[in-house]
Write a protein that binds this ligand. Structure first.
Ligand code: COZ
Length: 376
């Protein structure tokens, strides 16, 4: 019996995250997601995943300095991003291409590659975003933390403490999530004993897909297109009846509301309330309620609930990020989780190689043909 999409197949043991789809719970390295998301800096979360424990002050300071020291992109990476901007390449393709340039500087091994990749992702995304907008790239600042430096390089202005906290809440929330498609991709590549940069380049390619990390943009576009709660029902019925999937809803594992949606919805509400304009937030909540009601009507029993992408869109929009930055920002976080899974794979490796069942013809005989291949 074939498990389409490997649904229900347990392919690894992990200490990185526990996803309970029935209870709607997510534990990341021992912490309930809300506990970690609201309290940790992203640097603490990265070391928690990589080393299994929260870092002490000295270790954290050293790690921040290491990340800062690896922010500057190689000239070849800048040239590549400039060429990508001229060609108007998708930001996720630009990220995948530029991430590969980490291979230009030979490193001592996985851990050094890991630091280089985590440090480079926000710099690549922010640099490319400005190039695509025809703006001069902003050089990274060593005195800013990981999340703050990303917002600084995007906007050429120092972010507020609230903006940094909002972004870190997001980055911590989406950093790891069991064997999702991009994480599994990274583990497959790592299981062949290939290098970490190759594993991460593959994972970026997987995350780009609209069924995985590519959903937040279309989810927000849908809320904007609806524009007013009174138009939600008719709009959503049309989409569902046209056989389209509502971006931001449904999940392979969660059959109740994604616990990450709760964390991000609360962070978004705090931000919009502080900004004083609740219109978009209230509209999103109304669209969410209608979508869940209609999905139950059209797909009874499928338990299609809000997933992380729906409130990702709202929170990142509230942080001033444009839609094309949503999935790359997801990658800025998840790269730390991908790397942690590669470390786990290395520690107890067995090449990942499932079976397939052949359903094609057998016993065919080769037709009489002359050497050029044309029939005589
Ligand atoms: N909108 C409308 N219908 C949906 C839906 C959605 N978002 N998600 C699932 N369905 C429907 C499917 O069409 C399918 O209907 P039929 O049985 O009539 O064909 C049924 O619900 C079961 O769905 P499926 O087996 O495809 O679920 P699966 O677990 O394979 O897929 C994903 C989960 C996340 C891919 C989900 O279906 C989806 O595509 N969501 C939208 C994209 C998104 O938000 N992705 C981010 C995930 S974190």
């Amino acid at each position: 019996m074939i498990n389409q999409g490997l649904e229900g197949v347990v392919a690894a043991e992990t200490k990185l995250s526990m996803v309970d789809g029935q209870a709607g719970e997510l534990v990341i390295a021992g912490f309930p997601v809300a506990e970690l998301a609201l309290n940790a800096t992203f640097e603490e979360t990265v070391l928690l995943l990589w080393d299994g424990e929260l870092p002490d002050d000295a270790t954290l300071r050293a790690f921040r300095a290491e990340l800062a020291a690896h922010r500057a992109l190689a000239p070849e990476a800048l040239e590549l991003l400039a060429a990508a901007a001229r060609a108007e390449v998708d930001p996720m393709d630009a990220l995948r291409m530029a991430a590969g340039t980490v291979s230009l500087t030979r490193s001592a091994g996985d851990r050094e590659d890991a630091v280089k990749l985590v440090a480079a992702f926000p710099v690549i995304v922010a640099t490319y975003s400005r190039m695509r907008a025809g703006l001069a790239p902003v050089s990274p600042r060593a005195d800013l933390g990981h999340a703050a430096n990303y917002l600084y390089m995007l906007n050429d202005s120092e972010p507020s403490a609230e903006q940094v906290r909002g972004l870190e809440t997001y980055l911590n929330t989406v950093v790891d999530h069991g064997l999702n498609a991009s994480t599994f991709t990274a583990r497959v590549i790592a299981s062949t004993e290939s290098d970490l940069v190759s594993a991460i380049a593959g994972a970026v390619g997987a995350l780009k897909g609209p069924l995985h990390g590519g959903a937040p943009g279309p989810a927000l576009d849908m809320v904007f297109e609806i524009g007013d709660a009174s138009r939600a029902e008719a709009f959503l019925r049309r989409k569902i009846e046209a056989g389209e999937k509502l971006m931001g809803f449904g999940h392979r594992v969660y059959k109740v509301r994604d616990p990450r949606a709760d964390v991000l919805a609360e962070a978004a509400e705090r931000m919009f309330r502080r900004g004083g304009d609740m219109k978009l937030y209230d509209l999103a909540r109304a669209v969410e309620r209608e979508a869940i009601r209609l999905l139950e009507e059209y797909k009874p029993g499928r338990k299609l609930q809000t997933n992380v992408e729906f409130y990702t869109a709202l929170l990142l929009h509230g942080l001033g990020l444009d839609v094309p930055l949503f999935t790359p920002t997801f990658a800025i976080s998840r790269v730390a989780g991908w790397i942690a899974h590669c470390f786990e794979q290395r520690r107890a490796n067995r090449i990942i190689r499932p079976q397939s069942v052949y359903t094609g013809e057998t016993g065919r005989t080769w037709p009489a043909r002359n050497f050029a291949g044309a029939a005589p």
